[in-house]
Write a protein that binds this ligand. Structure first.
Ligand code: ATP
Length: 295
């Protein structure tokens, strides 16, 4: 493998965004136990900051968040190990993570950190891997990693590896309501009863294919709510609170528990934030959808 070596001391600073699922249909369960999805994922403007410093040997990681391992089980560490192995270099990297994305919250923080490391190292070494190869490495780390490597709103299918860029999403402003507890994605899938899910994939895919007037507000739906809300009814109450404060749509993201509310203007979002921030039930984050805007 030929790659361009860069000065070792260079510091690479990257922002790793969170994601939300604007819809998430679970379309089936494979014989190997994995679930098949049909989900519209969108990056949002809530970021972890990673600083990478390529070094002569070994991987090290610093992260002061109590819920996150700082060893070889951290997804960012695993991403670096995977990349450097594939590159067949003995060089290493020091990674420091400033965590802002709530952990085990359905916002994809770990996967985003992993994708940020893969993208940044690939740039640093002069792009030795195609984006397809990088996504394959990403998929070996987690189902959402390929989406973050792409870094744009996309429909994810399969276990999350088949991605189609979704153009023309409207820019919405967001309140993200995070809770002081996390949920395990694996547990949520284990407790999912496919007979109880009610999202209609056929309707959504038809609307997307026929495109221009696609109104996401009509299709907000998350099959995993059936599991997580049963355990944490405050999720439903939070959706209601957001809707009562000017949100035009509210949903749980991923396997939860984070709930997002969509707002048409930053002003309406900020007033809702102001009124809802008196409660200690949640921590609120102001953000917006990271969509490509024209012009
Ligand atoms: P999932 O991708 O499982 O749906 P999530 O978005 O709900 O994840 P994450 O914040 O990615 O949740 O964390 C899931 C688990 O991964 C946590 O138990 C956490 O300790 C572990 N983890 C490992 N590395 C990281 C990382 N860099 N950032 C966040 N969590 C990490």
């Amino acid at each position: 493998m030929k790659f361009r070596s860069q000065p070792l001391a260079e510091e690479i600073r990257i922002l790793a965004p969170a994601k939300i699922n604007l819809f998430l249909h679970v379309t089936g369960r494979r014989p190997d136990g994995y679930h098949e999805l049909y989900s519209l994922m969108c990056p949002v403007t809530l970021f972890d900051t990673l600083v990478l410093r390529v070094q002569k040997r070994g991987i090290q990681l610093t992260c002061h968040h109590p819920g996150i391992p700082s060893d070889e089980t951290n997804l960012a560490w695993r991403a670096a190990a995977c990349f450097l192995d594939n590159l067949k270099t003995r060089e290493g990297v020091h990674i420091s993570i400033e965590k802002r994305i709530p952990v085990a919250a359905g916002l994809g923080g770990g996967s985003s950190d992993a994708a940020a490391v893969l993208n940044a190292l690939n740039r640093h070494y002069g792009r030795p891997f195609s984006s397809g190869e990088l996504m394959e490495m990403g998929l070996s780390l987690g189902a959402d990693v390929p989406f973050f490597i792409l870094g744009r709103p996309a429909i994810a299918e399969g276990v999350g590896e088949r991605l189609t860029i979704c153009e023309g999403l409207r820019r919405f402003f967001l309140v993200l309501a995070a809770f002081p507890f996390g949920v395990s994605t694996a547990d949520v899938y284990k407790n999912l009863n496919l007979g109880l899910t009610n999202c209609k994939k056929a309707n959504t895919s038809f609307a997307l294919e026929n495109g221009q007037d696609f109104d996401i507000l009509r299709y907000l739906c998350n099959d995993l709510e059936t599991v997580t809300i049963r355990r944490f009814p405050e999720i439903e109450a939070t959706k209601t609170a957001l809707m009562n404060h000017g949100s035009v749509g509210a949903l749980m993201s991923g396997s939860g528990p984070t709930v997002f509310g969509l707002f048409e203007t930053a002003g309406k979002r900020d007033s809702a934030m102001h009124l809802l921030s008196t409660s200690t039930k949640w921590t609120l984050y102001a953000a917006e959808l990271l969509v490509q805007t024209k012009g």
